[in-house]
Design a protein around this ligand. Structure first.
Ligand code: SF4
Length: 334
């Protein structure tokens, strides 16, 4: 099933039945005897991101969001399924075509402290991808392009930030530099993996605004990975909720926030601060996401679901498309 409709145009990125599984062994003896277990990190995902569109991928840690993001960038091997970029199967790319794909797709990581080299000036780090991809014919042209992108991400005066080292920047400024490095090559698709979770409240709001503005200005397709539904709401057109390797709900950001259907989404929405919410209206779920090594039978969410029925323990719910393109995987709607 296609999860996101392509009403804004042809999909730029598509995942079709993507599974990413890892084999692990619990110790030396198990490895020696060839006894392995399978981590089902992503377990059959369909997802489509329109050109210029933005999808917020939401879920707790351990839900498989980051692995899915990396799969869309061709950075992990698929167990099953395929990823298409601009209509081409990413696994078939080689040589120059693969290099062009790497330029057209970029990633921003959670931790700007570790994603930047502490020994290199910011300008040189942002310039690096231009060298790798052979963009710009001269050193001066490269410097000019770096100054432009530093200005675009709000690191002004750009010439001053060009010469600074990462330790001379605040957390928010470092994340701006990381975004500049990702965008300097003019990508079409950006995966931002928890880009604000290590920042304080004000830096966080600024980076979210920046991502929203840059996306529109550069017509970027964005996959915004987060555990925070409110953050996803502020930069995404559509929201996709993931639980233990599967997508459980998707819809426009308004639909998902105003009327969450899946009990897991309802629980995520209910932790967002809302002064109008009455006492007792919060849906609480207990426990942690189970290990992807031991995925529960039936509905994966049933051990934590306050509405679990007998059928939920036996039969895995399929994604049901509802009126208006919304989709949910839950027996309450079948
Ligand atoms: Fe809860 Fe059952 Fe729906 Fe799963 S299928 S979310 S256990 S009601």
């Amino acid at each position: 099933m296609r999860v996101i409709s392509t009403d804004e145009g042809r999909a730029l990125v598509e995942a079709r039945g993507v599974k990413v599984h890892y084999k692990v062994s619990s110790g030396f003896l198990s490895a020696l005897l060839g006894r392995t277990k399978v981590v089902r990190a992503v377990d059959g995902v369909d997802l489509s991101i329109p050109r210029g569109g933005s999808v917020g991928l939401v879920g707790e840690s351990g839900s498989g969001k980051t692995t899915l993001g990396r799969a869309l960038l061709g950075l992990v091997e698929l167990e099953e399924g395929s990823v298409l970029f601009d209509g081409t199967d990413v696994s078939s790319l080689k040589g120059n075509a693969l290099k062009a794909f790497r330029r057209r797709t970029q990633m921003v990581f959670q931790d700007p402290y570790t994603s930047l080299d502490p020994r290199m000036r910011i300008g040189h780090q942002v310039e690096e991808p231009l060298k790798v991809h052979g963009i710009c014919s001269s050193k001066e042209e490269r410097r000019q392009r770096v100054l432009e992108i530093l200005e675009k991400v709000g690191l002004v005066p750009a010439a001053e930030f060009y010469s600074r080292y990462p330790h001379q920047l605040s957390g928010g400024q470092r994340q701006r530099a990381a975004i500049a490095r990702a965008l300097v090559v003019g990508p079409e698709f950006l995966v931002a993996d928890e880009p604000v979770s290590n920042l304080d409240v004000s830096a966080r709001a600024q980076i979210l605004n920046l991502l929203r503005d840059l996306r529109r200005e550069m017509n970027l397709s964005l996959l915004f990975i987060t555990h925070d539904l409110a953050a996803a709401w502020s930069v995404s057109d559509k929201i996709v909720v993931m639980y233990l390797g599967k997508i459980v709900e998707e819809g426009t950001r308004e639909e998902v926030l105003r009327e969450p259907l899946h009990p897991y989404t309802q629980a995520l929405v209910s932790v967002i601060h809302d002064p109008k919410r009455k006492k007792g209206e919060r849906l609480r779920i207990s426990g942690e996401v189970p290990s992807p090594l031991n995925v529960p039978q039936g509905c994966r969410f049933h051990p934590r679901c306050p509405f679990a029925m007998d059928v939920c323990r036996r039969v895995e719910p399929q994604m049901i498309r509802l009126k208006g393109g919304r989709a949910v995987a839950c027996h309450l709607y079948s």
